[in-house]
Design a protein around this ligand. Structure first.
Ligand code: FES
Length: 294
């Protein structure tokens, strides 16, 4: 059983039911064992963690904040999107690429080790009406939260033939889960930077080609995206230009991860600021001022 203590915070969560932004809830600090570690590709890891508490509460878009070392170095926790959950087995996954000291340390965690984790944190993607055409646009490790959203939609009875998944990566080795995508019967479009699989080039341009060439009703699109910041900036521009709804999950460095330090703010188009950890990480792409981020 997880050791658990609770911390009371001002925290918005879960827009499925549209609670007030300053909804107060109990955030849990948990001691969670690692169940398994999979190396999916060079430097890309998937950790499976044992927690009934998180698996039962997590919604697509939520993240966990993990203390990656036991020595206080690095001092700050690292945020990771929840990548999938299995409620029946009381476990959830995170997916990450090793990009620095924090992720390097986490990649060394082995089954049986216990991690100090806060979560689940943050808001979640708002599901569209089933009449909408869904497009999921992932760049690189942006697949992490979108895979959870995708599988959640299928579990909720969304028709896979009305879902298009666009996935861009550096090369074909980093295009994860291709077999699973095939089995799901979703329409999958892939791009790679080096042209080793799918179209060569940016996933945003494949998306643009599809929504223009596909003669789609832009008003009927529900688009979800996660990936590098410049990619999301492009998605935001396209959402404004073509008038489709687009929710993006932002990734940024976080200190407290719980809304207290204002170290993770993003500027909105109306000039106000919001915290990625506490007001996001999911935002309406049209409302973010990406030029200020860039
Ligand atoms: Fe402290 Fe977001 S990381 S407010």
């Amino acid at each position: 059983m997880n050791n658990q203590r609770t911390i009371t915070l001002i925290q918005p969560n879960n827009r499925d039911s549209e609670p007030p932004l300053a909804n107060r809830y109990m955030l849990s600090q948990l001691s969670i064992p690692v169940l398994s570690k999979n190396i999916l590709q060079e430097k890309i890891f998937r950790l499976t963690l044992s927690s009934a508490y998180i698996s039962q509460r997590a919604k697509p878009g939520n993240f966990v904040h993990i203390r990656v070392g036991s020595t206080g170095n690095p001092l700050l926790r690292r945020p990771f999107s929840i990548h999938s959950v299995d409620i029946s087995k009381s476990r959830f996954d995170i997916l990450f690429r090793v990009v620095g000291k924090g992720t390097e340390l986490l990649s060394q965690a082995n089954p049986g080790e216990v991690l100090d984790i806060l979560g689940p944190i943050g808001n979640s993607f708002i599901l569209p009406p089933k009449s909408k055409e869904v497009m999921l646009v992932a760049g690189g490790m942006g697949i992490a939260p979108l895979w959870f959203l995708f599988t959640h939609m299928l579990a909720k009875g969304f028709d896979p033939s009305r879902i298009t998944f666009l996935f861009g990566a550096k090369n074909k080795r980093e295009l994860l889960y291709l077999e699973k995508f095939k089995k799901s019967k979703v329409k999958l479009l892939v791009t790679t930077d080096d042209g080793s699989l799918g179209s060569k080039g940016l996933v945003t341009e494949a998306f643009l080609k599809d929504i223009i060439g596909g003669n789609r009703d832009h008003q009927n699109l529900a688009v979800y995206s996660c990936g590098p910041e410049m990619m999301l900036a492009r998605m935001s521009d396209l959402a404004k230009e073509y008038g489709f709804s687009c929710q993006v999950s932002l990734e940024t460095n976080m200190a407290c991860g719980v809304g207290a330090c204002w170290g993770c703010v993003v500027k909105l188009s109306d000039g106000t600021y919001q915290r990625v950890c506490a007001d996001g990480p999911v935002f309406d792409a049209q409302k973010i001022n990406f030029s200020k981020i860039a």
